[in-house]
Design a protein around this ligand. Structure first.
Ligand code: NAP
Ligand code: GDD
Length: 345
């Protein structure tokens, strides 16, 4: 019997990679998309083509995490074996601007799915897309499953709620409900306003004289960046493990935003020189033009300065480890941008 998966957030970065993985494993994949005035399926459009969808095994439905009725009806109709909840207002900075909407989607959305599972079929397995942002103002270093949370944004606070309601439904109703606590993961399909994609795209365009400047916020924040293709494998493994549990997924390596910029510039052979301090710090090109400038508007009301994870538990019990380091991640992202005609010379 083929397994059926239902993915909330199928049009996002992770939804796209996870769909491909599950289809290759022989699943029937159902995904939830939102109505939008412009097309929002660009990351999954190619999945409709062979070899993925020979037997109509990729099916999309309209729905929304803020709409409990649509969630209940879809789960009842699809009757999945596994649900992956990847849907979220996932931008930390934006969550300060739309805190109520972020909470409705990212916190209550999880509750709506879990409660539908309870009422329709408590045997459905559930994956909750948790985040290293929950560690926020980090209480110990590196962070693992036992590190206390200290969320620093409406986004992170919502994810902490989603984390605990997942555990609560597991403990109260014996639902196979799991939390992945994933550290930052990137790819060519990363949203354009997240810092890695913003940097890679802009530096490729600057190199090809398509753009003059890149504006950034806090370039001293440190992150543990992995590749999304590796991390969706962890999501799947989490739901195949013999018991429901919570798992940290990361690389265990850490770089600052500034180090990331330097690595990208080196990769594309763009010579840059830093000068100045604080808000006046700048990167100059070899002909002394300012190509990177700091802008106050990209700083957050509260920052998460320092994330670095420890994935020993996932390695030991799920036999998971990252296959791609920062260099292969950057190579993959750079190749994609340089092949995009709108960035070409
Ligand atoms: P993403 O690219 O921003 O994708 C988010 C997805 O959620 C999109 O499909 C989006 O649909 C959908 N969505 C947003 N609001 C919704 C709503 N109200 N109802 C239904 N769908 C909604 O995010 P991602 O990077 O793939 O991340 C996937 C999940 O992992 C998110 O929950 C994120 O918070 C979490 N996470 C991500 C990372 C990371 O580094 N990428 C790390 C830890 C945790 P549209 O396309 O229509 O906008
Ligand atoms: N987005 C952005 N834009 N971030 C910037 C900029 C900028 O211009 N300049 C500096 N930064 C800094 C941010 O302040 C942050 O410290 C760091 O770069 C990373 O920012 P993002 O790429 O936006 O990611 P994030 O760490 O806030 O959140 C991502 O990772 C989380 C996991 O830890 C998102 O994918 C979240 O959904 C995810 O949960």
């Amino acid at each position: 019997m083929k397994k059926t998966a239902l993915i909330f957030g199928v049009t996002g970065q992770d939804g796209s990679y996870l769909s491909r993985l599950l289809l290759k494993k022989g699943y029937v994949v159902h995904g939830i998309i939102r109505r939008s005035s412009s097309i929002n399926t660009s990351r999954i459009d190619d999945i409709y083509q062979e070899p993925f969808t020979k037997k109509k095994n990729f099916i999309l439905h309209y729905g929304d995490l803020t709409d409990g009725t649509s969630i209940f009806d879809l789960i009842k109709k699809v009757r999945p074996n596994e649900i992956y909840n990847l849907a979220a207002q996932s931008h930390v900075a934006v969550s300060f601007k739309v805190p109520e909407y972020t909470t409705n989607t990212d916190a209550l959305g999880s509750l709506r799915i879990l409660d539908s599972i309870l009422k329709i079929n408590p045997k459905i397995k559930y994956y909750q897309a948790g985040s290293s942002e929950m560690f926020g103002k980090v209480q110990s270093y590196p962070q693992n499953e036992k590190t206390p949370f200290y969320p620093r944004s409406p986004y992170a606070v919502s994810k902490v709620y989603a984390h605990w309601i997942t555990i609560n439904y597991r403990e109260s109703y014996n639902i196979f409900a799991c939390n992945g606590i994933l550290f930052n993961h990137e790819s060519p399909l990363r949203g354009e306003t997240f810092v890695t994609k913003k940097i890679v795209k802009a530096l490729c365009r600057i190199k090809n004289k398509r753009q003059k400047k890149l504006y950034l916020g806090n370039i001293y924040a440190k992150r543990d960046w992995g590749h999304a293709e590796d991390y969706v494998i962890a999501m799947w493994k989490i739901l195949q493990y013999k018991k429901a549990d919570d798992w940290v997924v990361c690389t265990g390596k850490q770089y600052s935003v500034k180090q990331f910029i330097n690595l990208v510039a080196k990769k594309i052979n763009l010579k840059i020189r830093w000068k100045g301090k604080g808000i006046n710090e700048q990167a100059l090109s070899k002909d002394n033009k300012v190509i990177i400038q700091i802008k106050k508007k990209y700083f957050r009301p509260a920052e998460v300065d320092n994330l670095k994870g420890n994935y020993s538990k996932a390695k030991k019990f799920l036999n998971w480890k990252p296959s791609k380091d920062i260099n292969s991640l950057i190579q993959d992202m750079v190749n994609y941008e340089l092949n995009d005609v709108s960035n070409a010379k």
